[in-house]
Design a protein. Structure first.
Length: 341
């Protein structure tokens, strides 16, 4: 027998003896009614203890960003994970500066919500090159980091547009699109999905497609003008319920609630989603379920921090399962969430 085969056989036998010893020890402990020490728990706890996770949302005055943060803190802080919050407060420059500063502070992982597809892209690439894992939430950049957790915006646009097409049957087929911030993933990709569906329905006439920049006041002003020009408007595709409270207000003031079908999307928070659907302000609100997204982020954070994987090597997209909130399910327990729970 060649020497290396002999050495390999010896190692295999030794491993087998060790394994058999462990099994025997476990069997003896169980037979005596004693508990077993779980050997994989300690490495897990050590991998997370003392790690730093930095969070850079667009703004912390919104239910989405508050919900993600609360979900991560609740799961990770008891494990000894330290959180660093850098609130961009709707300023792209402030957000870019926050990410730049974090590059020198070197947290173990960053959770980032991008204002658009380009501004943070090179910064996030630099972060992973420096050994910092990056998870992008709901609005990703053109750089594909360790993980993206969020909505599939093209699917979102398709679902919203299909709902509006269906609602406009037998009516004027005049439709308005209320975009967010033009270069943001949640706006640009959603628009692609909308356009795909409308291309298959030549009867649909898009009479307005404007950007309200995620601002409810701007959305209200735009919709007031559209309704004056097109009082027979049959549907609106709105890109975020936080903005579309303004769209809905303009429709209500014109006395057209229930006549102009409003489809929107959001995180599924009770007062923002379910309550406004129940009141008739929104006809359908496609929820990407913030608590579920928080759970996915926590899972990815736990995995990346204990995996030993080099930052930037893992590439995962965790797309949210969309839930259409309508009057049929808006009042059911579990459809929406509140921050206090």
């Amino acid at each position: 027998m060649p020497f290396h085969h002999h050495r390999q056989l010896s190692r295999s036998l030794a491993a087998g003896v060790l394994c058999a010893g462990l099994i025997t020890s476990a069997g003896q402990a169980l037979a005596q009614g004693k508990g077993l020490d779980e050997p994989f728990r300690e490495p897990y706890l050590k991998a997370l203890q003392g790690k730093t996770v930095a969070y850079v949302p667009l703004a912390m005055n919104v239910d989405l960003m508050q919900g993600w943060y609360a979900g991560m803190k609740r799961e990770l802080e008891p494990l000894g994970v330290k959180f660093v919050l850098r609130d961009a407060n709707w300023s792209t420059n402030a957000g870019a500066q926050a990410v730049t500063t974090l590059l020198t502070e070197k947290p173990d992982l960053m959770v980032v919500q991008n204002p658009d597809v380009t501004t943070y892209a090179k910064l996030l690439q630099r972060a992973e090159a420096a050994g910092i894992h990056v998870i992008q939430v709901n609005m990703r950049s053109s750089y594909n980091s360790s993980a993206y957790v969020g909505a599939d915006w093209i699917e979102m646009g398709e679902k919203q547009a299909a709902a509006v097409v269906n609602a406009c049957k037998g009516k004027s087929n005049k439709v308005a699109i209320m975009q967010g911030q033009l270069s943001a993933a949640a706006s640009a990709y959603t628009l692609t999905g909308v356009e795909k569906v409308f291309a298959k329905h030549p009867e649909i006439k898009v009479v307005s497609s404007q950007a309200a920049d995620w601002d409810a006041t701007k959305a209200k002003g735009i919709m007031q003008t559209v309704l004056k020009q097109h009082p027979d408007l049959c549907g609106v595709v709105g890109f975020w319920d936080g903005m579309d409270v303004g769209t809905a207000a303009a429709i209500q003031e014109a006395g057209l609630t229930g006549k102009v079908f409003l489809a929107t999307s959001g995180g599924g928070e009770q007062t923002r989603s379910c309550d406004l659907v129940k009141s008739g302000a929104f006809d359908v609100d496609f929820s990407y379920d913030v608590p579920s997204q928080s759970g996915s982020m926590v899972t990815m954070i736990k995995f990346l921090l204990q995996s030993g994987i080099k930052a930037g090597t893992a590439k995962a997209s965790i797309y949210t399962t969309l839930l259409p909130i309508t009057k049929e399910n808006a009042g059911l327990p579990g459809t929406c969430w509140t921050l206090s729970k």
